[in-house]
Design a protein around this ligand. Structure first.
Ligand code: CO
Length: 147
């Protein structure tokens, strides 16, 4: 059911420092800081050949990463995002098997403008999982590039 690893999200206490490490020390292609107010995060995207890293920092008073950083002040892996081609059926399968979908279980539009849901970390060995619906053509293109 799941396709590619779309991104690994890392919560960081200092976004500029983290971005600089990936850009200047690791030599990665790094975006400028983007403020996603509706998601309560500032994000820097790190483009890798086979996936992305998203560096997350809280933005505003009700950020989903504020609590995580309070518990992990030095930062840490926040979630993994897997691609699926049919999010509704993936959610139905999760609920049927007893895995908990966070929030009201409805899909939301994520940081990339695509439908997402988050799955409870207690059902996945302590790791918060994001499922993102990508167009089937994207998956097809990926498999052509990387057979
Ligand atoms: Co994500």
């Amino acid at each position: 059911m799941i396709g590619r690893l779309n991104h690994v999200a890392i919560a960081v206490p200092d976004l500029d420092k983290a971005a600089s490490r990936y850009r200047d020390l690791m030599g990665a292609k790094v975006s400028s800081v983007m403020e996603l107010k509706e998601h309560g995060v500032s994000v820097v995207f790190v483009e890798l050949e086979n996936t992305k890293i998203e560096l997350l920092h809280p933005l505003g008073g009700n950020s989903p990463v504020a609590g995580f950083l309070a518990k992990n002040p030095k930062g840490g892996t926040h979630h993994l995002c897997f691609e699926v081609s049919d999010l509704r059926s993936a959610v139905a399968k999760m609920i049927q098997s007893g895995a908990r979908v966070l929030g009201d279980g409805k899909t939301k539009i994520g940081a990339h403008g695509l439908p997402v849901v988050f799955l409870h970390p207690k059902d996945f060995d302590g790791v918060l999982i994001e499922l993102e619906e990508v167009a089937k053509t994207d998956l097809d293109e990926g498999s052509q590039v990387d057979p």
